[in-house]
Design a protein around this ligand. Structure first.
Ligand code: NAP
Ligand code: HSE
Length: 448
């Protein structure tokens, strides 16, 4: 057998990469490609060489060896370089990124992107252009950082009918909830650390208001159920309303509060929702902490499978980018018709099954009320719930604090239509004995 060096002489000319962005992820990619060059070449069958990169500031100091890379502030120049075979978009945003990606596709260049906002909002247009020009657009790093979840669902589970995908798919949010719960740190303090560590989006409200998770869930729902990308139909709630009090009550009831993305296929349509949820503490998802992500997939043949790993950061995300690069390099010799479809299903066979409005979701809830400490209040509340066909699974009533006339009451409901829960909450809030708005957090038992 020949040595790697002898073999590499016979390996054809390198595949040339044009990198758009050398920030957290871009530097992670450059480091991995440099450090593991030999392993990666043996896997891909061709050398992979970053020759051009666009940044905003060419004078900024970077943590990685950039020798051999020509830096520019003009991202179009990188895309238009005739020697570039694959454009890797790691700059973020949706306006410039969309134009650059479409230009690359029109020039017959393959694209790898970590940009979930771009895929969730413009993926239908991008994939249709890619199909027309016979190129691949890969986006594994866009969902759950270093976890190969796209490949797992699109290829590993391709025999299955998928019932449900539920997961923690934002590292920053999970890092914040974990640090607040375990160390009593404040929301703002932990968010600042997540930004310093390179986990957060350029605009961190995307992380804490659930928008980033909604982008990722849009993609997961499409590849799980074979529907077009529909970001505007995703129900999205962030974690900013979660109080320490709710975290403590949830624990008293045997739950942890996690920020989940859940997509379920029901008979009438598909639920796609991002929101905080009480998860039973015995479930693995309840024990996913810090920047780690985890995605649970329930499908008919294999049953439940769980995928766990770092959801953000330079090298974990870089690992997914390089995996996509190797996949693209391997497909360079495959006819466009015989490649893995972008959204797992053949593009002309996507389903028209509707995405359900939130009133049609089937969910259980945690309701926290502040009630006057007098007879008859709970009778009124339970009557309203019963009239709206909501049954109670558990109830917790706290003693009033010293000198207070009001008591916190926590109710856990069984599964019911969300329109019924919304109606019941509105009626409960009208009772004179209820002193503030009802806090509702969904409960996900995560049973199959
Ligand atoms: P980042 O650290 O802010 O890096 C962005 C890079 O793009 C920087 O190098 C910046 O240049 C460059 N850039 C931005 N606008 C540009 C423009 N108009 N022209 C030329 N260069 C431009 O961002 P990141 O965290 O690496 O994230 C990049 C993408 O990956 C985003 O879509 C993000 O959502 C996604 N992603 C991030 C992570 C993560 O853990 N961070 C994980 C998964 C996916 P300068 O360096 O000169 O400012
Ligand atoms: N801001 C994102 C997160 C980066 O924290 O999960 C990874 O997509």
């Amino acid at each position: 057998m020949r040595s790697f060096d002898q073999q590499s002489e016979t390996i054809l000319k390198p595949v040339i990469i044009g990198l758009l962005g050398l920030g957290t992820v871009g530097q992670g990619v450059a480091s991995i490609l440099g450090r593991n060059a030999e392993e990666i070449t043996r896997r891909a069958g061709r050398k992979i060489e970053v020759r051009h990169a666009a940044v905003r500031d060419t004078g900024k100091s970077r943590s990685t060896d950039l020798s051999g890379i020509e830096l520019t502030t003009n991202s179009s120049d990188v895309v238009n370089q005739p020697d570039v075979d694959i454009v890797v978009e790691l700059m973020g945003g949706t306006d410039d990124a969309l134009k650059l990606v479409l230009t690359a596709i029109e020039q017959g260049k393959h694209v790898v992107t970590a940009n979930k906002a771009l895929i969730a909002m413009h993926g239908n247009e991008i994939f249709s252009a890619a199909q027309k020009h016979g190129v691949v657009v890969s986006f594994e790093p866009a969902v759950a950082g270093g976890i190969p979840i796209i490949k797992a669902i699109r290829e590993g589970l391709t025999a299955n009918r998928i019932n449900k995908v539920a997961g923690i798919i934002n590292g920053t949010g999970n890092f914040i909830l974990t640090e607040m719960r375990d160390k009593g740190r404040t929301f703002d303090d932990v968010l600042q650390e997540a930004q310093q560590l390179g986990y957060a989006e350029a605009d961190p409200t995307f992380d804490v208001e659930g928008i980033d998770a909604a982008h990722k869930l849009t993609i997961l729902a499409s590849i799980a159920f074979g529907i077009p990308l529909q970001f505007d139909r995703v129900y999205t709630e962030g974690i900013t309303r979660i109080s320490r009090q709710d975290v403590q009550y949830a624990e008293a009831l045997g739950y942890r509060i996690k920020h989940l993305g859940v997509t379920v296929e029901r008979e009438a349509g598909i639920e796609i929702r991002v929101h905080p949820a009480l998860v039973p503490e015995r479930k693995l998802l309840a024990n996913v902490n810090g920047v780690m992500n985890a995605v649970l997939v329930d499908s008919d043949a294999v049953g439940e499978t769980l995928y766990y790993g770092p959801g953000a950061g330079a090298e974990p995300t870089g690992s997914s980018v390089v995996a996509d690069l190797v996949d693209v390099v391997r497909t360079l010799t495959t006819d466009p018709e015989n490649r893995v479809p972008h959204l797992a299903f053949q593009p002309d066979l996507l389903s028209e099954k509707p995405v359900l409005p939130s009133g049609d979701f089937l969910t259980a809830s945690y309701l926290r009320l502040l009630a006057a400490d007098k007879a008859g209040v709970m009778a009124d509340v339970t009557r309203i719930l019963a009239e709206n066909e909501i049954s109670i699974e558990a109830m917790l009533q706290k003693e009033p604090a010293e000198g207070e006339q009001e008591v916190p009451v926590i109710l856990l409901t069984h599964l019911c239509l969300e329109s019924n829960t919304d109606k019941a909450i509105a009626e409960i809030e009208k009772l004179a004995s209820i002193k503030q708005k009802v806090m509702r957090i969904r409960v996900e038992s995560l049973d199959g």
